[in-house]
Design a protein around this ligand. Sequence first.
Ligand code: IMP
Ligand code: MG
Length: 186
Amino acid sequence: MTERLALPKDIERVLLDEETIQRRVRELADQISADYADVGEIVLVGVLKGAFIFLADLARRLTIPHHVDFIALSSYNRGAVSTGAVRLIMDTRAPVTGQHVLIVEDIIDTGYTLDYLVRTFRARRPASLRTCVLLSKPERREVDVRVDYLGFEIPDVWVVGYGLDYADKYRTLPYIAALKREVYAT
Ligand code: IMP
Ligand code: MG
């Protein structure tokens, strides 16, 4: 496996290789395209920065009309430790009222971020609102939030690659990998 030879020094192991991710993204896109076949157009709201690669791949596989918008959040993380407080730092360009909104997020951990997003967007009266999340760490959940489209469940380890970072590093690795615990443990 060439990926193993090229692993950066902070990486413990590859959890999901490029082919596995692409296959699952295709399945999710097919499912979403089928579910929304009759609604006209949807708006994909990508959560920056982590979801940008997932959103790009997913959107290009959709066979339904769609447009893309983004929001950015700050979650007061200290390294790998989430404080649970979420703040909107960049809103969507266009209003979403009356539109079919699909929130596209990289990962759900405690659930605070997705819960905040769902509550925020629901208040804007979209025609419908669903969530699409690439990764979930079920063991870590503190808030119960509905994920309508989920890519993969993963164990409680810090992952990087395919948009996900640690201190803004490793986002553009083509695979999803676990970081060595000594890198993020405090
Ligand atoms: P939650 O609010 O605890 O569910 O955390 C969700 C956010 O924390 C995600 O949007 C990510 O930005 C970040 N996050 C949680 N776990 C990881 C991880 O393993 N790698 C990279 N980012 C993570
Ligand atoms: Mg995120």
